[in-house]
Design a protein around this ligand. Sequence first.
Ligand code: ZN
Length: 93
Amino acid sequence: MNSDKYDRNVSLQCPTCGATQFEYDEAVESDHAKVRCVSCDREMTKEELIHENSENLDEHMREIGEQALDDVANETKKSLKKAFSGNKNIKFK
Ligand SMILES: [Zn+2]
């Protein structure tokens, strides 16, 4: 499964100010590429940003799972549904 096609669905948040807009060099396809928060100018690597957002990413992965039902196996679908049923208070923007 190619996870790259779901990247656009993940909103990473700046760990300093919570903004979701970042500037980065699209030519650099590396986790060590620098990204810069357009709101507070904090610079970090993509890897750091993803690490800081790891909890959010877990939630997003469930959301992506819902959107990708056609792509996943039935067993995975069932376990995702189960995971959702216990998290009714989670809201996605
Ligand atoms: Zn920021």
